[in-house]
Design a protein around this ligand. Structure first.
Ligand code: ADE
Ligand code: ZN
Length: 343
Protein backbone atom coordinates (compact mmCIF):
# COMPACT_ATOMS: atom_id res chain seq x y z
CA UNK A 1 0.00 0.00 0.00
CA UNK A 2 1.51 3.35 -0.90
CA UNK A 3 1.33 5.86 1.92
CA UNK A 4 0.20 9.22 0.58
CA UNK A 5 1.42 12.02 2.81
CA UNK A 6 -1.04 14.59 1.61
CA UNK A 7 -3.92 15.34 3.98
CA UNK A 8 -6.79 14.70 1.57
CA UNK A 9 -9.43 12.34 2.97
CA UNK A 10 -8.24 8.77 2.57
CA UNK A 11 -10.15 6.79 -0.05
CA UNK A 12 -12.45 3.96 1.03
CA UNK A 13 -10.23 1.54 -0.88
CA UNK A 14 -7.20 2.63 1.16
CA UNK A 15 -9.20 2.23 4.38
CA UNK A 16 -10.36 -1.21 3.31
CA UNK A 17 -6.82 -2.43 2.72
CA UNK A 18 -5.47 -1.03 6.01
CA UNK A 19 -4.71 -4.03 8.29
CA UNK A 20 -6.80 -3.67 11.43
CA UNK A 21 -8.69 -5.50 14.17
CA UNK A 22 -12.26 -5.15 15.27
CA UNK A 23 -12.53 -5.34 19.05
CA UNK A 24 -16.17 -4.44 19.62
CA UNK A 25 -18.70 -6.42 17.62
CA UNK A 26 -21.59 -8.41 19.09
CA UNK A 27 -22.69 -11.77 17.72
CA UNK A 28 -26.23 -10.54 18.44
CA UNK A 29 -25.71 -7.73 15.94
CA UNK A 30 -24.57 -10.15 13.23
CA UNK A 31 -27.81 -12.11 12.78
CA UNK A 32 -29.09 -11.43 9.24
CA UNK A 33 -32.77 -10.42 9.26
CA UNK A 34 -33.46 -12.98 6.55
CA UNK A 35 -32.18 -15.84 8.76
CA UNK A 36 -35.01 -15.27 11.23
CA UNK A 37 -37.74 -13.89 8.96
CA UNK A 38 -37.26 -10.34 10.27
CA UNK A 39 -36.88 -9.03 6.72
CA UNK A 40 -40.69 -8.98 7.00
CA UNK A 41 -41.38 -5.77 9.01
CA UNK A 42 -44.55 -7.24 10.55
CA UNK A 43 -42.40 -9.93 12.17
CA UNK A 44 -39.43 -7.74 13.09
CA UNK A 45 -41.62 -5.50 15.25
CA UNK A 46 -39.61 -2.39 14.33
CA UNK A 47 -39.51 -0.18 11.24
CA UNK A 48 -36.99 -1.31 8.61
CA UNK A 49 -35.07 1.09 6.40
CA UNK A 50 -36.37 0.33 2.89
CA UNK A 51 -32.90 0.71 1.33
CA UNK A 52 -30.57 -1.01 3.81
CA UNK A 53 -33.14 -3.24 5.58
CA UNK A 54 -31.62 -2.04 8.87
CA UNK A 55 -34.15 -1.67 11.71
CA UNK A 56 -34.70 1.61 13.56
CA UNK A 57 -34.67 1.84 17.35
CA UNK A 58 -35.92 4.42 19.83
CA UNK A 59 -32.94 3.81 22.14
CA UNK A 60 -30.87 1.21 23.97
CA UNK A 61 -33.79 -0.44 25.82
CA UNK A 62 -35.75 -0.92 22.60
CA UNK A 63 -32.61 -2.21 20.92
CA UNK A 64 -31.84 -4.76 23.65
CA UNK A 65 -35.45 -5.95 23.48
CA UNK A 66 -34.97 -6.53 19.74
CA UNK A 67 -31.88 -8.65 20.47
CA UNK A 68 -33.92 -10.84 22.83
CA UNK A 69 -36.60 -11.36 20.19
CA UNK A 70 -34.25 -11.91 17.25
CA UNK A 71 -31.70 -14.21 18.89
CA UNK A 72 -34.48 -16.35 20.37
CA UNK A 73 -35.31 -17.41 16.82
CA UNK A 74 -31.88 -18.89 16.19
CA UNK A 75 -32.40 -22.52 17.18
CA UNK A 76 -30.28 -24.51 14.72
CA UNK A 77 -26.56 -25.15 14.88
CA UNK A 78 -26.07 -24.51 11.17
CA UNK A 79 -27.59 -21.03 11.62
CA UNK A 80 -24.95 -20.27 14.28
CA UNK A 81 -22.16 -21.64 12.12
CA UNK A 82 -23.26 -19.57 9.17
CA UNK A 83 -23.60 -16.38 11.30
CA UNK A 84 -20.04 -16.92 12.60
CA UNK A 85 -18.61 -17.75 9.18
CA UNK A 86 -20.30 -14.73 7.57
CA UNK A 87 -18.89 -12.32 10.13
CA UNK A 88 -15.36 -13.41 9.25
CA UNK A 89 -16.17 -12.96 5.57
CA UNK A 90 -17.37 -9.39 6.20
CA UNK A 91 -14.26 -8.77 8.32
CA UNK A 92 -12.00 -9.88 5.46
CA UNK A 93 -13.78 -7.50 3.08
CA UNK A 94 -12.92 -4.61 5.41
CA UNK A 95 -9.29 -5.51 6.02
CA UNK A 96 -10.10 -6.77 9.53
CA UNK A 97 -7.54 -9.50 10.22
CA UNK A 98 -8.65 -10.30 13.75
CA UNK A 99 -11.99 -9.88 15.46
CA UNK A 100 -12.99 -10.09 19.13
CA UNK A 101 -16.64 -11.14 19.09
CA UNK A 102 -18.75 -10.43 22.17
CA UNK A 103 -21.59 -12.89 22.72
CA UNK A 104 -24.14 -12.72 25.51
CA UNK A 105 -25.74 -16.12 26.29
CA UNK A 106 -28.71 -14.41 27.95
CA UNK A 107 -29.98 -13.25 24.54
CA UNK A 108 -30.05 -16.86 23.21
CA UNK A 109 -32.66 -18.83 25.19
CA UNK A 110 -32.58 -21.86 22.88
CA UNK A 111 -28.99 -22.50 23.96
CA UNK A 112 -28.96 -21.42 27.57
CA UNK A 113 -28.94 -24.99 28.88
CA UNK A 114 -26.40 -26.20 26.35
CA UNK A 115 -23.78 -23.51 26.13
CA UNK A 116 -21.09 -26.05 25.25
CA UNK A 117 -22.89 -26.93 22.00
CA UNK A 118 -23.63 -23.24 21.31
CA UNK A 119 -19.94 -22.36 21.57
CA UNK A 120 -18.92 -25.45 19.58
CA UNK A 121 -21.09 -24.26 16.65
CA UNK A 122 -19.61 -20.77 16.84
CA UNK A 123 -16.14 -22.27 17.00
CA UNK A 124 -16.82 -24.38 13.88
CA UNK A 125 -18.06 -21.33 11.93
CA UNK A 126 -15.11 -19.19 13.04
CA UNK A 127 -12.58 -21.93 12.28
CA UNK A 128 -14.03 -22.32 8.78
CA UNK A 129 -13.88 -18.52 8.39
CA UNK A 130 -10.22 -18.49 9.40
CA UNK A 131 -9.45 -21.24 6.87
CA UNK A 132 -11.39 -19.46 4.11
CA UNK A 133 -10.44 -15.82 4.74
CA UNK A 134 -7.43 -15.80 7.07
CA UNK A 135 -9.33 -13.85 9.73
CA UNK A 136 -8.68 -14.96 13.31
CA UNK A 137 -11.46 -14.61 15.87
CA UNK A 138 -11.80 -14.80 19.65
CA UNK A 139 -14.97 -14.88 21.72
CA UNK A 140 -15.72 -12.70 24.76
CA UNK A 141 -18.50 -14.09 26.95
CA UNK A 142 -20.68 -11.26 28.17
CA UNK A 143 -22.79 -11.00 31.31
CA UNK A 144 -25.83 -8.71 31.39
CA UNK A 145 -25.87 -5.62 33.63
CA UNK A 146 -29.50 -6.11 34.63
CA UNK A 147 -29.65 -9.89 35.06
CA UNK A 148 -30.28 -11.54 38.43
CA UNK A 149 -26.90 -11.90 40.20
CA UNK A 150 -27.27 -15.69 40.43
CA UNK A 151 -27.46 -15.88 36.62
CA UNK A 152 -24.13 -14.04 36.23
CA UNK A 153 -22.54 -16.35 38.78
CA UNK A 154 -23.88 -19.41 36.93
CA UNK A 155 -22.40 -18.16 33.64
CA UNK A 156 -18.98 -17.56 35.15
CA UNK A 157 -19.12 -20.96 36.90
CA UNK A 158 -19.85 -22.56 33.54
CA UNK A 159 -17.11 -20.61 31.77
CA UNK A 160 -14.41 -21.42 34.29
CA UNK A 161 -15.44 -25.05 34.38
CA UNK A 162 -15.76 -25.58 30.60
CA UNK A 163 -12.98 -23.20 29.49
CA UNK A 164 -13.60 -23.50 25.71
CA UNK A 165 -10.39 -22.46 23.98
CA UNK A 166 -12.23 -20.02 21.71
CA UNK A 167 -13.43 -17.88 24.67
CA UNK A 168 -10.62 -15.61 25.78
CA UNK A 169 -12.40 -12.90 27.78
CA UNK A 170 -15.18 -12.02 30.19
CA UNK A 171 -17.29 -8.99 29.39
CA UNK A 172 -20.45 -7.27 30.61
CA UNK A 173 -22.96 -5.42 28.44
CA UNK A 174 -26.61 -4.38 28.50
CA UNK A 175 -28.30 -1.37 30.02
CA UNK A 176 -25.99 0.40 32.50
CA UNK A 177 -28.55 3.15 33.13
CA UNK A 178 -31.30 0.68 34.05
CA UNK A 179 -28.97 -1.37 36.27
CA UNK A 180 -27.45 1.54 38.19
CA UNK A 181 -24.04 1.09 39.80
CA UNK A 182 -23.16 -2.64 39.66
CA UNK A 183 -19.38 -2.60 40.02
CA UNK A 184 -19.44 -4.19 43.50
CA UNK A 185 -21.67 -6.99 42.24
CA UNK A 186 -19.60 -7.89 39.18
CA UNK A 187 -16.14 -7.30 40.72
CA UNK A 188 -15.76 -10.79 42.26
CA UNK A 189 -16.74 -12.43 38.96
CA UNK A 190 -14.19 -10.42 37.00
CA UNK A 191 -11.55 -11.21 39.63
CA UNK A 192 -12.25 -14.93 39.23
CA UNK A 193 -12.01 -14.66 35.45
CA UNK A 194 -8.70 -12.78 35.65
CA UNK A 195 -7.25 -15.34 38.07
CA UNK A 196 -8.23 -18.05 35.60
CA UNK A 197 -6.23 -16.28 32.87
CA UNK A 198 -9.07 -14.62 30.98
CA UNK A 199 -8.89 -11.12 29.52
CA UNK A 200 -11.52 -8.54 30.53
CA UNK A 201 -13.55 -5.77 28.92
CA UNK A 202 -16.74 -3.99 29.94
CA UNK A 203 -19.44 -1.81 28.42
CA UNK A 204 -19.35 1.49 30.31
CA UNK A 205 -19.78 5.14 29.52
CA UNK A 206 -22.52 4.37 26.99
CA UNK A 207 -25.72 4.60 29.04
CA UNK A 208 -23.69 5.30 32.20
CA UNK A 209 -21.59 8.41 32.73
CA UNK A 210 -17.95 8.77 33.82
CA UNK A 211 -18.67 6.93 37.10
CA UNK A 212 -19.52 3.82 35.11
CA UNK A 213 -16.15 3.97 33.36
CA UNK A 214 -14.33 4.49 36.65
CA UNK A 215 -16.11 1.49 38.16
CA UNK A 216 -15.22 -0.66 35.14
CA UNK A 217 -11.54 0.20 35.54
CA UNK A 218 -11.24 0.29 39.31
CA UNK A 219 -13.68 -2.44 40.39
CA UNK A 220 -13.82 -4.77 37.39
CA UNK A 221 -10.23 -4.23 36.32
CA UNK A 222 -11.39 -3.98 32.71
CA UNK A 223 -8.43 -3.88 30.32
CA UNK A 224 -10.53 -2.27 27.64
CA UNK A 225 -13.67 -0.15 27.82
CA UNK A 226 -16.45 -0.83 25.32
CA UNK A 227 -17.71 2.64 24.27
CA UNK A 228 -16.48 4.74 27.22
CA UNK A 229 -17.38 7.88 25.32
CA UNK A 230 -19.13 9.61 28.21
CA UNK A 231 -15.71 9.80 29.89
CA UNK A 232 -15.52 13.05 27.98
CA UNK A 233 -17.81 14.60 30.62
CA UNK A 234 -15.04 14.35 33.24
CA UNK A 235 -11.69 16.00 32.41
CA UNK A 236 -9.96 14.19 35.28
CA UNK A 237 -11.07 10.83 33.93
CA UNK A 238 -9.97 11.81 30.43
CA UNK A 239 -6.53 12.68 31.82
CA UNK A 240 -6.39 9.33 33.65
CA UNK A 241 -7.31 7.41 30.48
CA UNK A 242 -4.64 9.29 28.53
CA UNK A 243 -2.02 8.65 31.22
CA UNK A 244 -2.80 4.96 31.80
CA UNK A 245 -3.48 4.08 28.16
CA UNK A 246 -6.68 2.12 28.89
CA UNK A 247 -8.19 1.94 25.39
CA UNK A 248 -11.77 2.79 24.46
CA UNK A 249 -13.39 0.77 21.68
CA UNK A 250 -15.69 3.34 20.18
CA UNK A 251 -18.68 2.68 17.89
CA UNK A 252 -19.71 6.03 16.36
CA UNK A 253 -22.72 4.98 14.25
CA UNK A 254 -24.14 2.84 17.06
CA UNK A 255 -23.94 5.80 19.43
CA UNK A 256 -25.84 8.02 17.01
CA UNK A 257 -28.43 5.36 16.17
CA UNK A 258 -29.11 4.71 19.88
CA UNK A 259 -29.20 8.40 20.83
CA UNK A 260 -26.00 8.34 22.90
CA UNK A 261 -24.37 10.97 20.65
CA UNK A 262 -26.33 13.63 18.75
CA UNK A 263 -24.43 13.20 15.48
CA UNK A 264 -21.12 11.91 14.15
CA UNK A 265 -19.88 15.51 13.86
CA UNK A 266 -20.55 16.04 17.58
CA UNK A 267 -19.30 12.60 18.62
CA UNK A 268 -16.82 12.71 21.53
CA UNK A 269 -14.33 10.36 19.85
CA UNK A 270 -12.42 13.27 18.35
CA UNK A 271 -12.16 15.18 21.65
CA UNK A 272 -11.01 12.01 23.41
CA UNK A 273 -8.44 11.23 20.72
CA UNK A 274 -7.08 14.77 20.75
CA UNK A 275 -6.77 14.55 24.55
CA UNK A 276 -4.45 11.56 24.09
CA UNK A 277 -6.91 8.75 24.87
CA UNK A 278 -6.25 5.55 22.91
CA UNK A 279 -9.31 4.86 20.76
CA UNK A 280 -10.26 2.27 18.19
CA UNK A 281 -13.26 2.47 15.86
CA UNK A 282 -15.75 -0.41 15.59
CA UNK A 283 -19.25 -1.36 14.40
CA UNK A 284 -20.91 -2.73 17.60
CA UNK A 285 -23.84 -4.37 15.76
CA UNK A 286 -23.13 -3.97 12.04
CA UNK A 287 -26.22 -5.61 10.54
CA UNK A 288 -28.56 -3.71 12.85
CA UNK A 289 -26.97 -0.32 12.25
CA UNK A 290 -26.37 -0.94 8.54
CA UNK A 291 -22.66 -0.24 8.90
CA UNK A 292 -19.23 -1.74 8.18
CA UNK A 293 -15.73 -1.14 9.49
CA UNK A 294 -14.84 0.69 6.29
CA UNK A 295 -17.91 2.91 6.70
CA UNK A 296 -17.01 3.70 10.33
CA UNK A 297 -13.42 4.69 9.48
CA UNK A 298 -14.67 6.62 6.47
CA UNK A 299 -17.36 8.60 8.27
CA UNK A 300 -14.86 9.60 10.97
CA UNK A 301 -12.27 10.59 8.36
CA UNK A 302 -14.86 12.77 6.61
CA UNK A 303 -16.30 14.30 9.79
CA UNK A 304 -13.03 14.98 11.65
CA UNK A 305 -10.70 15.42 8.72
CA UNK A 306 -8.70 12.38 9.79
CA UNK A 307 -5.77 11.84 7.46
CA UNK A 308 -3.91 8.62 6.65
CA UNK A 309 -1.72 9.00 9.74
CA UNK A 310 -4.67 9.27 12.12
CA UNK A 311 -6.45 6.30 10.57
CA UNK A 312 -3.25 4.27 10.75
CA UNK A 313 -2.99 5.12 14.46
CA UNK A 314 -6.61 4.02 15.02
CA UNK A 315 -5.81 0.73 13.26
CA UNK A 316 -2.65 0.32 15.37
CA UNK A 317 -4.62 0.83 18.59
CA UNK A 318 -7.21 -1.71 17.41
CA UNK A 319 -4.48 -4.32 16.96
CA UNK A 320 -2.63 -3.46 20.17
CA UNK A 321 -5.84 -3.67 22.19
CA UNK A 322 -7.26 -6.87 20.67
CA UNK A 323 -7.33 -10.14 22.58
CA UNK A 324 -5.49 -12.23 19.97
CA UNK A 325 -2.51 -14.27 21.14
CA UNK A 326 0.67 -12.14 21.50
CA UNK A 327 2.31 -13.75 18.43
CA UNK A 328 -0.76 -12.89 16.33
CA UNK A 329 -0.70 -9.30 17.62
CA UNK A 330 2.97 -9.01 16.61
CA UNK A 331 2.18 -10.48 13.20
CA UNK A 332 -0.66 -8.00 12.64
CA UNK A 333 1.48 -5.04 13.73
CA UNK A 334 4.16 -6.15 11.25
CA UNK A 335 1.53 -6.36 8.50
CA UNK A 336 0.36 -2.85 9.37
CA UNK A 337 3.93 -1.52 9.28
CA UNK A 338 4.49 -3.20 5.90
CA UNK A 339 1.31 -1.70 4.54
CA UNK A 340 2.37 1.78 5.65
CA UNK A 341 5.96 1.57 4.44
CA UNK A 342 6.65 3.81 1.44
CA UNK A 343 6.59 1.67 -1.71
N1 ADE B 1 -25.43 -5.46 23.20
C1 ADE B 1 -25.28 -5.29 21.88
N2 ADE B 1 -25.00 -4.01 21.60
C2 ADE B 1 -24.97 -3.36 22.79
C3 ADE B 1 -24.74 -2.02 23.16
N3 ADE B 1 -24.45 -1.07 22.27
N4 ADE B 1 -24.81 -1.69 24.45
C4 ADE B 1 -25.10 -2.63 25.37
N5 ADE B 1 -25.30 -3.92 25.09
C5 ADE B 1 -25.25 -4.28 23.80
ZN1 ZN C 1 -21.42 -3.06 22.36
Amino acid sequence: MSHPLQSSAPAAEWIRSLPKAEVHVHLEGCVPAVTIGFDDPSRAGVALDPTTGAPSFSGLADFLDYLDRSCALVTEGDQLQSIAHALTERAARDGVLHTDVIFNPTHWPAWRDDLGTFVAHLDAGLAAGEADFGVTAALCLSLTRTQPPADSVALVDWLLDARPERIVALSVDGNEAAAGPTGERFAPLFARARTAGLRTCAHAGESSGPDGVREAIELLGAERIDHGIRSVEDPLLVATLARTGVPLDVCPTSNVRLGVAPSIAAHPVERLRRAGVRVSVNTDDPLLFGTTMTAEYDVCAQSFDWDHGVLAQIARTSIESCFAAPERVSELLALLDDALAPS
